[in-house]
Design a protein around this ligand. Structure first.
Ligand code: PEP
Ligand code: MN
Length: 688
């Protein structure tokens, strides 16, 4: 930390230098005091804003307009970003702060309407919530969060099984059932889904709860001393990678996470541990050895809240409806059912299937749609569905917890119209990559659209060199309108010497920097064995030019679900390039993005010749998106801006450029990297 240097401090009377912390207590105190005042001011302004947003909903209550007006929210945000820029605040910071504030205001308005409804419906004095497990279990924590507003009126009833939880509410022993139905790591929770099929309960709410698993023990022992770990099978599945790193340690299933904490406490053997929440560890007075040990950070469990009666949801609240459906056993029945939603303009947010017990190879479909059962479109759709299905049960409509954050729209480009003509005989790709009658593809990656109708700016260093370097690049990318952060960790170099990349550590830095600035991340994979690791963390994968015909590698990326940026080889014809794309598509992965990066010609004045002809030709031949990398083509930063602008002008779906905080010190490909000022100028021309 640097000390603020405010006005030259003179040496003290006795002639010795005073250390800064002795020298400036008064100045620092003053600054801190001012910061405290500002913070208090921010809080009181937030409170005032909150009050105004309640006043707004009161008037909305009169004119019955919906709570959300995303057009207006977007305008507010754009105006604030502009203002922030003038005052030296970066766009991402302003966006994050205000997304939080807008989100809070929508939730507040929602709560207000729900409260009005419950007052008229007469919510009971005491609210009894049944859940599976004992206190400290995730269901208990999620219930505390969902019903937080009920405060002192809450009572909990922990029961051994989900069946008993549902029965308790059916029999009037509890008012609500807290039911986990799916987890973002381990998938649907089958027992609960099966019970929902036959229950008399209705779904009246949902809670998406972040599950942060901890390894808990009775003493502060090293991990190598552990011999036995207990937990619920779901928690074990979600932490499988961490558990695999514990040597000589047996993993045993137990009824629930909190109960496994209670058991290891009873046994008091320090070679035993449990996987559970931090709260469970605290409740039982045990030690947390490791935090956040799930395979993926985004580990959420979605709970449904069951009640004896359905609850009407105010039409102004964004809501969801859950149904269970069995289609007729005729060809095309499922497609026909799903088209019903499309015809009625209804978005489906979830679908999964369960086998129908007793009817082998027949399935029930669990489906969530956006909208309220009282909404005409939903009514019509359900009515049509009931006529074409063998079974249809509406579980209920409830306020949705998915409030998509307001984002200023990325610049949309018209994009060149695909030529309808038959593919040229030369360079004709094999069938999957061939345009044929296909619409131009476009994929969404964390809210960023890549492909038809959009232009994406991808930027970042050639290689991730340190956390500070990639974080600083991420900030610049976001600030200037870039939408994807690139950075290689597993390098392919054409020489055995020099920087070889930070590997898995680099990937963690890249992901962290992407998360910090709300950017999806792209990284190169060079060996088949890196693909799985990279695909688990990065949002997009890159196949470098030297690997275009590395078929084992193409095979691996064909089997993962991440979009793949496929670089043209410097010696590859368009036909060879499309054959490589075909190979990926044939393994299952349909999200291939072609990236022109220059080819070898007789010209030696620059590294490679950027073949911009390829862009319109590819748009004729294939439905796949086409982007351009001028950095690796030119090998010279001065050529990058004009080539990037030409690429956009010729109709590319995006541009990828390399940047670096200090290009002359870059460990890799420095001569082609843009410094931040040059990048800002280019970005302003490309997407500004
Ligand atoms: C890259 O973009 O990181 C890269 C390796 O470039 P190329 O394969 O095009 O040389
Ligand atoms: Mn590079």
């Amino acid at each position: 930390m640097e000390h603020p240097t405010g006005g030259g401090e003179s040496p003290s009377q006795d002639g010795t230098e005073r250390r800064p912390e002795e020298a400036k207590p008064a100045a620092i105190e003053k600054l801190r005091e001012r910061i405290n005042q500002i913070d208090a001011g921010i809080v009181s302004l937030l409170a005032e804003r909150r009050q105004l947003s309640i006043d707004v909903i009161r008037t909305k209550d009169v004119d019955r307009s919906p709570i959300r007006d995303q057009g207006r929210e977007e305008q507010i945000l754009l105006r604030l970003i502009q203002l922030g820029r003038e005052l030296g605040l970066d766009a991402h910071f302003v966006t994050r702060v205000f997304q939080e504030i807008i989100d809070n205001s929508i939730r507040l308005q929602q709560e207000y309407l729900l409260k009005l409804a419950s007052q008229s419906g007469g919510e009971p004095e005491i609210i009894r919530v049944a859940f599976q497990g004992i206190e400290g279990a995730y269901s208990h924590l999620a219930a505390k969060k969902y019903f937080a507003a009920a405060g002192e009126r809450l009572r909990f009833l922990g029961l051994p099984t989900f069946r008993e939880v549902i029965r308790a509410v059916e029999d009037g022993l509890a008012d609500y059932a807290m039911l986990p139905v799916e987890n973002t790591t381990s998938g649907p929770i089958n027992d609960v889904n099966d019970l929902l099929l036959n229950t008399k309960l209705f779904i009246v709410g949902e809670e998406k709860f972040r599950v942060t698993h901890c390894l808990v023990s009775t003493a502060d022992v090293p991990l190598t001393a552990l011999r036995r770990v207990l937990s619920h099978p779901q928690a074990v599945a979600q932490c499988s990678e961490f558990l695999a790193t514990l040597p000589d340690c047996k993993v045993e299933y137990f009824t629930d996470t909190a109960m496994s904490v209670s058991r290891i406490k009873e046994e008091g053997d320090p070679s035993q541990a449990a996987i559970a929440s931090e709260e469970a560890a605290r409740m039982f007075g045990l030690k947390v050895l490791c935090r956040d040990i799930a395979n993926q950070k985004e580990n959420f469990t979605r709970f449904l809240i069951g009640a004896p009666k359905p609850r009407a949801v105010d039409a102004r609240i964004p809501s969801k409806t859950s149904i269970v459906l069995a289609t007729a056993d005729v060809p095309g029945a499922l497609a026909e059912s799903l088209l019903v939603f499309d015809r009625n303009g209804i978005n489906m947010t979830m679908i999964h299937s369960r086998p129908i017990l007793g009817n082998p190879w027949e399935y029930m479909f669990y489906i969530d749609i956006e909208g309220n059962i009282a909404d005409e479109r939903v009514k019509t759709a359900l009515d049509e569905l009931s006529r074409s299905s063998r079974f249809l049960k509406v579980l209920g409509s409830y306020p949705s917890q998915d409030l998509p954050p307001t984002v200023p729209k990325p610049q949309a480009l018209g994009g060149a119209k695909p030529a309808g003509a038959a593919a040229a005989a030369r360079g004709e790709p094999s069938p999957r990559a061939q345009r044929g009658e296909k619409r131009s593809a476009s994929f969404e990656v964390k809210g960023v659209r890549i492909g038809a109708g959009a232009f994406v700016l991808i930027a970042g260093p050639s290689a991730v060199e340190s956390y500070e370097q990639i974080l600083e690049c991420a900030r610049q990318v976001k600030e200037h309108g870039g939408q994807v952060l690139r950075g290689n960790c597993f390098k392919t170099r054409s020489s055995p010497d020099g920087f070889q990349g930070l590997g898995a550590q680099g990937l963690d830095y890249l992901c962290e920097a992407g998360r910090a600035h709300g950017l999806p991340v792209l990284t190169e994979v060079a060996h088949p064995e890196d693909v799985d690791k990279a695909a688990r963390k990065a949002d997009l994968l890159l196949i470098g030019a030297r690997n275009l015909q590395n078929y084992p590698l193409l095979g691996e990326v064909g089997r993962v679900h991440r979009p793949v940026v496929l670089k043209r080889g410097p010696m590859a014809t368009i036909e060879e390039w499309l054959r490589a794309a075909e190979f990926i598509l044939a393994q299952g992965n349909q999200q291939v993005i072609l990236c022109e990066r220059g080819i070898r010609t007789f010209e030696t004045a620059y590294r490679n010749s950027l073949d911009l002809n390829a862009v319109p030709v590819l748009k004729r031949l294939t439905h796949l998106p086409v982007i351009v990398d001028p950095s690796n083509a030119a090998g010279d930063r001065e050529l990058v801006p004009p080539l990037a602008i030409a690429a956009r002008a010729i109709g590319a779906h995006g541009v990828m450029v390399e940047i670096h905080p200090d290009p002359d010190r870059a460990l890799c490909d420095g001569p082609q990297a843009l410094g931040f000022a040059d990048f800002a100028a280019l970005a302003a021309q490309l997407v500004g």
